[in-house]
Design a protein around this ligand. Structure first.
Ligand code: ATP
Ligand code: MG
Length: 429
């Protein structure tokens, strides 16, 4: 029989790595809490219509990356390729945007049918931040400071640069598009194939073409930042001044555009060159038009998404993961003979008294020797041994597995004291 395998580009997360993910997620969550952002959760499947209407028909995502299928009753559904559209849908549906501001976050899997490679998967995970109801630029700065603090807390601030651009108002963008298409049309034949196609479908996206010939042509192209409307230009200047004052370095990248249609004004990415081609760990910007586009009242909004796999790859590549994330068993309870119920009871009493202790209680019997082998393999520092003698006397034998110290036989209360003395941190919990 053919072995069953996970779908290509969709990864299992094994227990040896889950400590790293928990560390990453908890660090990010604690910073969101510091800024008083609140979590929102929404389904991983939505109607296909939602993504088509928000992300845009002529984007990479909608054209070729979505996992779309017909439900049993014929409705077209799609696994979410990103969170912003769903977040807006959920907020609108439940009236969260009516006359109020929202500072929100979510974390979870996203799905895109791309070619799997390092830092690019078909199921990947994003932390998303979305803020509604504020025109900025103060909130733009807050969102950027929040992302900067996350990168600092994880110890990778010196591995990333903040690239910043303004995409202007939709009118300014439309005028710029015309100028860009006029310019690029002269070189149509020299452009790469994708860019030729985009000349009519989505010309702004040509700006982030990675093709060297196209890039050379772009060097002479009109610059988006020089076509900004007055309000967007003032917004951008103000934002840059606030970031400078806050001590957050940035680079203005006039060719930075976002792959999704709904962005305007502020656009940004945190990029690293420690990860090869998949160097964008965080990307976002302002999308003042999206809520209205999806049927709500005009609502200013800004947000970003962090690719968690890429961020974790960056922590691994730069050795920024703290020691001991793979927290294992501290105490292994060995139970030899007819002592099962007594062992269970002792283990539960230890857990009552020491909620911070990682205690593994042996199940399934076996000889003293084979249980001690398992205790050693578990990584535990201490084995507690319950044999028939101990059970009769209400005692446990305590054996140190990693140091040369004599074995002791203690009452349960003494054992608790001894474990507290061995791991003083247990008393703080
Ligand atoms: P890219 O240009 O790398 O395809 P994107 O513009 O499609 O990125 P966004 O839609 O802005 O990406 O998503 C935000 C972040 O999510 C990205 O910056 C990246 O860190 C992460 N990300 C996007 N697609 C993937 C993927 N297929 N696998 C892993 N991470 C991803
Ligand atoms: Mg992409």
């Amino acid at each position: 029989m053919k072995k069953l395998q996970a779908i290509r580009g969709m990864n299992d997360l094994l227990p040896d790595e889950s400590g790293q993910w928990q560390y990453l997620e908890n660090t990010l969550k604690s910073i969101l809490q510091q800024y008083s952002y609140r979590e929102i959760r929404f389904p991983i499947v939505e109607s296909t219509e939602l993504f088509k209407r928000s992300i845009g028909e002529v984007t990479d995502i909608v054209e070729k990356e979505m996992y779309t299928f017909d439900d049993r009753n014929g409705d077209s559904l799609t696994l979410r390729p990103e969170g912003t559209a769903s977040c807006v849908r959920a907020c609108e549906q439940h009236g969260l945007l009516y006359n109020q501001t929202q500072r929100l976050w979510y974390m979870g899997p996203m799905f895109r049918h791309e070619r799997p490679q390092k830092g690019r998967y078909r199921q990947f995970h994003q932390l998303g931040v979305e803020v509604f109801g504020m025109t900025g630029p103060d909130i733009d700065a807050e969102v950027l400071l929040l992302s900067a603090r996350m990168l600092r807390a994880l110890g990778v601030a010196d591995q990333v640069t903040l690239q910043l651009n303004s995409l202007g108002s939709s009118e300014a963008r439309a005028a710029y598009k015309t100028a860009l298409v006029d310019y690029l049309s002269q070189y149509r034949e020299q452009l790469d194939e994708d860019s030729q196609r985009r000349l009519t479908s989505n010309p702004l996206r040509i700006l982030d073409s990675k093709n060297p010939d196209t890039q050379k042509i772009l060097d002479g192209a009109p610059v988006l930042l020089e076509h900004l409307d007055e309000a967007s230009a003032a917004h951008f200047e103000h934002l840059k001044a606030m970031l400078t004052e806050a001590g957050v370095p940035f680079e203005v990248n006039p060719r930075l555009v976002r792959g999704l249609d709904y962005y305007g004004k502020t656009a940004f990415e945190w990029v690293t060159d420690a990860l090869g081609a998949q160097g964008t760990v965080c990307a976002g910007g302002r999308y003042d038009g999206l809520v209205e586009q999806l049927g709500g009242k005009p609502t200013p909004a800004i947000g970003f998404g962090i690719g968690l796999e890429r961020l974790l790859l960056l922590l691994q590549a730069t050795g920024q993961l703290p020691e001991g994330l793979d927290r294992r068993t501290q105490v292994y309870l060995v139970a030899v003979g007819e002592v099962q119920s007594s062992a269970m009871r002792s283990a539960e009493r230890l857990r009552d008294a020491l909620p911070g202790l990682q205690l593994l209680a042996h199940c399934g019997g076996g000889s003293f020797k084979s249980q001690m082998k398992k205790a050693d393999k578990s990584g535990a520092d201490i084995a507690l041994i319950l044999g028939e003698d101990e059970a009769r006397n209400g005692q446990l034998s305590l054996k140190y597995l990693r140091e040369d110290r004599p074995q002791e036989t203690l009452s349960l209360d003494q054992t608790i004291e001894q474990l507290r003395a061995y791991w003083p941190a247990l008393s703080n919990l």
